[in-house]
Design a protein around this ligand. Sequence first.
Ligand code: PLP
Length: 381
Amino acid sequence: MIPYGRQDITDADLAAVRSVLTSDFLTQGPQVPAFEASVAAAAQAPHAVAVNSATSALHVACLALGLGPGRRLWTSPITFVASANVGKLCGAAVDFVDIDPETFNMCKDALAEKLSAAKRTGTLPDVLMPVHMCGQSADMAEIGALARRYGVRVVEDASHAIGATYQHRPVGCCDHSDICVFSFHPVKIVTTAEGGVATTADPHVAAAMELARSHGVTRDPALMQGDSDGAWYYQQIALGLNYRMTELQAALGVSQMIRLDDYVARRTALAERYDARLDGLPLARPGRLDGARSAWHLYVVRVDPARRREVFDALRADGIGVNVHYIPVHLQPWWRAQGFAERDFPNAEAYYASAISIPLFPTMTEADQDAVIDALARALA
Ligand SMILES: Cc1ncc(COP(=O)(O)O)c(C=O)c1O
């Protein structure tokens, strides 16, 4: 089976992790700050906060922006459930903005319309969470401008998009957002097994996320109420969780980040090869946004919805590990129970009905890719 995604672990990665195991620190040592520095440098972001998953990063991001009961989060219905779940975990109300059918990202026109309607009814969101689906940035200049006009904070869910650029700037620089979140799950561009990083330009937001990831506890006397009792002393000054990344994960991340540009270059070359060789088949190739360079986490083709299941099953039977990203979140049973229903977000539902993610990972050979293309041609014949 050729999987849709696969991590690349080198001897250097193994050595980096092994050296942590024999060091003094399995957690709370020097590797996490080193990993944060490498992500901050790649994203050209002033601050980076590492946690144990992107889900945790999205959660601390929302907490740092004050999302809570009586407040509202809007995200895209075409995402992994985590983007919406974190809003509910903060106690906020969650709603969705339909996607652009070409890029599969939050549609700026749908957003403009929904914000204007929400202003009239006094139901504007507090946090907006666009998702950079498949590794291609949403149209952040437009989305950021709308968010500023209506006083809405922005968290980019860039789980798919480390190494991507938008208008010649790295995704994660936060030019158009308050916070940007990356995932380091094994199918993503770079992995720490499980892991997430939130970048921000705002030192106060970074400090709030650091507190939230570690019990709300500080050892910094400048942040304490009253005087420190001594060198052992710590204070809990906020409510927090244990979302810390381990040193093992961070060491793997530091080692992997050295290859970020190579990974994105290889993924881009494979995606361009798909673009060229899928031409002529009865399918739609992924749409591009002007000024955005994708990190190519996923390559999604769209086929006739009447044939999607048959094509998918034929590919799997042929040894091609295709997948579908994503089932619209609002159609999940838990979210239907919150009041969402079919036809709420028609573009997202039409996308889902036709989408198939085909294999794309940096160690994929051209022979692997030709096998995928041949199998697709047979399945669509
Ligand atoms: C768009 C998106 N958001 C959030 C997540 C959650 O990431 P993690 O698995 O690192 O918690 C994922 C993971 O699949 C994702 O694809």
